[in-house]
Design a protein around this ligand. Structure first.
Ligand SMILES: CC(=O)SCCNC(=O)CCNC(=O)[C@H](O)C(C)(C)COP(=O)(O)OP(=O)(O)OC[C@H]1O[C@@H](n2cnc3c(N)ncnc32)[C@H](O)[C@@H]1OP(=O)(O)O
Ligand SMILES: CC(C)C(=O)C(=O)O
Ligand SMILES: [Mg+2]
Length: 507
């Protein structure tokens, strides 16, 4: 009988620590609901004390999620632990996740604390967390570089203090599969009362070994695996949930382990994370990359035609990927349209689907073929998860290599038309400056990129922008066959997101 192993998703906490990957409250809620559909066991929703925005997001996730445990990270400090509990206490199954570094280098230079002090603080803070919450996870940060007998001592102390889960992080992605296997096995064999707690592992990808290390730990008897969607996370990222889940699923013969993961929700979740964070998925990424199920060469195609198992060790359908190329056209109906949106990770209210369906028909009249990426761009641009504070009326650009680029932009705000003119370094810069004049500034442009969304002469250009206000980043996307129009729409989209978030915070 296969053993069950738990999946702890930290996309909303460690994943969000990826540079440029921050999400706002609505986005975090949307992702948490998708993680619930994916059936992860634990959602680490954030680090409650890090900022008021983080606190609000952890609390909102705790209130919304019914079927997963919800955790908040906390340093081994009373104020952190209190804040974490204040946010997660609304969950059906709340967890406080407290941590402290145990390696010599972290204790000496970062914490400036002796082994005795760290041991005592670990014990005391788990004990304190237990007075608030019955489920307490303790992480020995940088465990893989910790002196082993000290690690045993700390783990014994926190288990005695009531920790329900002990996590053994490879914080800096330093270990290797053989070494990590032995570490987990040694912990199982040498730590007193280890069977009273779950053994969790948390791997980073600095050497590209995060998933391999996680799987080695699973074989050695770890009972909880920490990971993120698309492997996003601090530096080179965390172990990728989709790779772990599909490795365990595909190699049941080897691991004999089962998870609760609903694998057909993997692809939608991956797309959603990419959209929300603005972090593109490399084409050759395992499981969820564009090429993961593409067969280019003749011998492979011949093999596939003869029998799919010649070159496919899992089916695209098993991760929720169905017919990912040409999808819809102008004769498609609402049901097929909504079904495709679900596959792409968008679960929208009926009125939102109806609104988008009208837009889709307009696009389908212009474009012969509608691809997934056209649909994603449409949803993002039409901003179904945010309020439309302002929208583009019209714009005129005067540009060339011998004149100063000038833009006239007219926006519609509360049915009022407002027009401004500005010059810039190029047509896009001029248009953004004209928009700044209308909406006022106080935010800055952090990033701007332009890509072709699909192939062919009617391919659409997709602009993506990131703007920053009060340390929060807002992503905007815009799509058009005209790249200046795409850029303007992306900028307005980001501004609308920012204004929606500010309105939410005021409520
Ligand atoms: C491995 C990981 O992923 S750890 C999680 C990383 N995530 C984050 O850091 C989230 C974002 N962080 C933040 O917003 C801020 O760093 C905060 C709010 C948490 C803390 O901010 P500040 O109080 O300004 O402290 P700052 O970040 O500069 O320094 C960290 C302090 O916490 C201490 N500290 C670090 N880890 C721990 C711990 N686990 N337990 C107790 N104290 C700790 C450090 O020694 C330092 O203390 P000092 O101020 O007495 O020197
Ligand atoms: C806080 C801990 C679990 C962490 O993220 C790490 O050590 O990488
Ligand atoms: Mg980490």
């Amino acid at each position: 009988m296969a053993k069950h192993i738990k999946i702890f998703d930290t996309t909303l906490r460690d994943g969000e620590q990826s540079p440029g990957c921050s999400m706002n409250l609505q986005e975090k809620l949307e992702l948490a609901k998708q993680l619930e559909r994916l059936k992860v066991d634990v959602i680490e929703a954030g680090f409650a004390i890090a900022s008021p925005g983080d606190f609000a997001a952890v609390k909102a996730v705790a209130q919304a999620i019914k079927d997963c445990k919800v955790a908040s990270l906390a340093r081994a400090l009373p104020a952190d632990i209190e804040k974490a509990y204040e946010a997660v206490k609304y969950a059906e199954a709340p967890r406080i996740h407290t941590f402290i570094a145990t390696s010599p280098i972290h204790m000496k230079y970062k914490l400036k604390a002796s082994e005795e002090e760290v041991l005592e603080r670990s014990r005391a803070m788990v004990k304190y967390a237990k007075t608030l919450c019955s489920d307490v996870e303790f992480s020995a940060e940088d465990a893989s570089r910790t002196e082993i007998t000290f690690l045993y001592k700390v783990l014994e102390a926190v288990i005695e203090a009531g920790a329900t889960v002990v996590n053994i992080p490879d914080t800096v992605g330093y270990t290797t599969p053989d070494e990590y296997y032995t570490l987990i096995q040694n912990i199982r064999n040498n730590v007193k009362n280890i069977d009273k707690a779950e053994i969790s592992v948390h791997c980073h990808n600095d050497l590209g070994l995060a998933v391999a290390n996680t799987l080695a730990a699973a074989r050695a008897g770890a009972t909880q695996l920490e990971c993120t969607i698309n492997g996003i996370g601090e530096r080179a990222g965390n172990a990728a949930l989709e790779e772990i889940a599909m490795a365990l699923n595909t190699r049941k013969d080897l691991y004999d382990l089962t998870t609760n993961i609903e694998t057909t929700e993997i692809y939608p979740t991956s797309r959603l994370v990419s959209k929300l964070t603005g972090m593109k998925i490399q084409h050759n990424k395992a499981i969820v990359g564009d090429n993961a199920f593409a067969h280019e060469s003749g011998i492979h195609q011949h093999g596939m035609l003869a029998h799919k198992n010649t070159y496919e060790i899992m089916t695209p359908e098993s991760i929720g990927l169905t017919n990912n190329k040409l999808v819809l056209g102008k004769h498609s109906g609402r049901h097929a349209f909504e079904e495709r949106l679900n596959v792409l990770g968008y679960h929208l209210a009926k009125d939102q689907v109806n609104k988008l369906f009208q837009e889709f028909k307009v696009l389908a009249d212009k474009k012969k073929m509608i691809y997934d990426k056209d649909l994603e761009a449409l949803v993002e641009e039409k901003s179904v998860r945010i309020k439309e504070f302002c929208r583009l009326g019209q714009f005129v650009i005067n540009s060339g290599n011998t004149i100063t680029p000038t833009a006239t932009v007219r926006l519609i705000r509360n049915d009022e038309e407002i027009e401004e003119v500005a010059t810039g370094h190029g047509p896009v810069d001029a248009a953004f400056k004209a928009i700044d004049k209308i909406v006022g500034n106080g935010f800055s442009l952090e990033d701007y990129a332009l890509n072709s969304v699909t192939e062919g002469e009617d391919a659409q250009g997709e602009a993506s922008v990131k703007i920053k206000m009060h340390e929060e980043i807002y992503h905007g996307r815009g799509i058009s066959t005209d790249v200046v129009e795409a850029s303007i729409k992306a900028y307005i989209n980001a501004i609308n997101k920012m204004l929606s978030e500010l309105e939410c915070q005021e409520e």
